[in-house]
Design a protein around this ligand. Structure first.
Ligand SMILES: Cc1cc2nc3c(=O)[nH]c(=O)nc-3n(C[C@H](O)[C@H](O)[C@H](O)COP(=O)(O)OP(=O)(O)OC[C@H]3O[C@@H](n4cnc5c(N)ncnc54)[C@H](O)[C@@H]3O)c2cc1C
Length: 387
């Protein structure tokens, strides 16, 4: 046996799992296999880093609440040898806007979120306009504002997890799993691109949008697919008040970033697959009109750059699949299919999976309903909020 626990993929999810296992100090030797220490194509550094509690499923809310508290303390908690791990934590709130002609679901979600301890305000058109005067509101039925929500620099958080995990003894191998093998009821080994073989007692899959192709090597079928999403950085030329992270039911998503904004408008109709190219005219024809419609001051702006990253989209129900490969190879675990929520949910996923692996049961958060059983039974557990 080369290690006790093998983690495939060292993005923010794999690194959070590694950290949470290592900090318990009873996982034995932990190895993360990650082909690219610069994370050039990984989702994590290409994400927006938003953390919001505004979901409909209790698990998604609880995981975001855990993430919010965790990232607030990250800078000091992840310090190594006294050197802090700053992640630019900014508590500037989220605003969900109902502009698709159907607001009852958002209202129901708001009541549930409040019952779960989320501090939020439900705003009618007039209240929304008074709070954020730059927004156009005549097509808005209602909006929900959660001032405690936040955003972070996701690349800094990933590097912080990685550095801390390594300081606790986790080994990162710069390599790629090219074949994953098991026999009987157990996963046994991973063959690596370098030609090495790695044997492990426990195997954890956390390869983001690559997860389905890695899983297939060992016969695990996952409904997870890469979905390309474009993000742009732009500056307003006029004055706009301090805005929260805004997401609309018509899929516009943007937030302040330094002296400008980052955001985009996902094209859900585009077929899944890998595309790192930004579509020609995508900003001018799709994103800009939607921005200018919501914030008329953005009719004049300066586009500086655009990039594409990939959701690991769980096409069954868009929420993460976390836990054991129940009923199959007993020592295989996964944390995959996070769609657009893997940064905010990474701390909770890491904590929960570490407990499941070490104690054989959940302690802090019960994520049983996010388990693989729903995939096997084709029984979606669907998030009803904006995804
Ligand atoms: C445009 C955009 C905006 C987003 N905004 C947000 C947001 O505001 N808030 C939020 O919470 N989430 C957001 N997300 C989602 C978030 O970025 C992801 O859910 C999260 O980064 C997933 O982390 P991960 O570690 O699972 O995947 P990744 O960061 O992609 O890491 C997976 C790793 O697996 C490695 N790997 C691949 N194949 C193999 C192999 N064969 N062997 C070993 N390793 C392998 C890869 O090199 C990669 O480093 C956004 C995503 C995008 C694209």
């Amino acid at each position: 046996m080369d290690c006790d626990i093998l983690i495939i993929g060292g993005g923010i999810v794999g690194s959070s799992i590694a950290y949470h296992l290592a900090r318990e100090g009873r996982g034995g030797e932990i190895v993360v296999v990650e082909p690219d220490p610069t994370y050039e194509f990984a989702a994590t550094p290409r994400g927006n880093g938003g953390i919001r509690q505004l979901f409909s499923l209790p698990e998604n809310i609880a995981m975001a609440q855990y993430g919010l508290a965790f990232f607030r303390e990250f800078e000091t908690a992840m310090a190594v040898d006294g050197e802090p791990a700053p992640i630019g934590f900014q508590r500037r709130g989220y605003l969900l806007v109902s502009d698709a002609g159907e607001h009852r679901q958002m209202e129901r979600n708001f009541r549930f979120q409040s019952a779960q301890g989320v501090r939020a305000d439900c705003l009618d058109r007039a209240a929304l306009g008074a709070r954020f005067p730059s927004l156009r509101t005549d097509d808005v039925a209602l909006a929900v504002h959660s001032p405690d929500d936040a955003w972070i620099d996701p690349h800094a958080a990933l590097q912080g997890f990685r550095r801390k995990a390594r300081s606790l003894g986790v080994r990162y191998l710069t390599d790629r799993v090219v074949d994953w093998q098991g026999d009987g009821r157990l996963a046994r080994r991973a063959l690596l691109a370098s030609g090495e073989t790695l044997e492990a007692g426990v195997h954890v899959l956390a390869a983001g949008a690559w997860s389905a192709e890695v899983a297939a090597q060992i016969g695990l079928q996952l409904p997870v697919e890469p979905m390309s999403r474009e993000t742009y950085f732009f500056r307003a030329t006029g004055e706009i008040e301090d805005l929260p992270f805004i997401k609309t039911e018509t899929h516009l998503a943007f937030r302040p970033e330094g002296t400008g904004f980052t955001g985009g408008l996902p094209a859900w109709e585009v077929a899944p697959g890998w595309t790192f190219e930004v579509s020609p005219g995508g900003f001018e024809e799709r994103v800009w009109p939607a921005l200018a419609r919501r914030v008329p001051a953005l009719e004049r702006l300066k586009l500086e750059r655009g990039w594409a990253g990939h959701y690991a989209r769980n096409r069954l129900d868009l929420s993460a699949i976390i836990g054991a490969w129940s009923g199959s190879l007993d020592n295989v675990y996964m944390a995959v299919g996070f769609s657009g929520h893997g940064i905010m949910h990474a701390p909770a996923a890491g904590r929960a999976l570490a407990e499941l692996i070490l104690d054989r049961r959940y302690g802090t958060l019960d994520l049983d309903r996010f388990g693989y059983a729903r995939v096997r039974e084709n029984a979606p557990y669907r998030e009803q909020g904006i995804v």
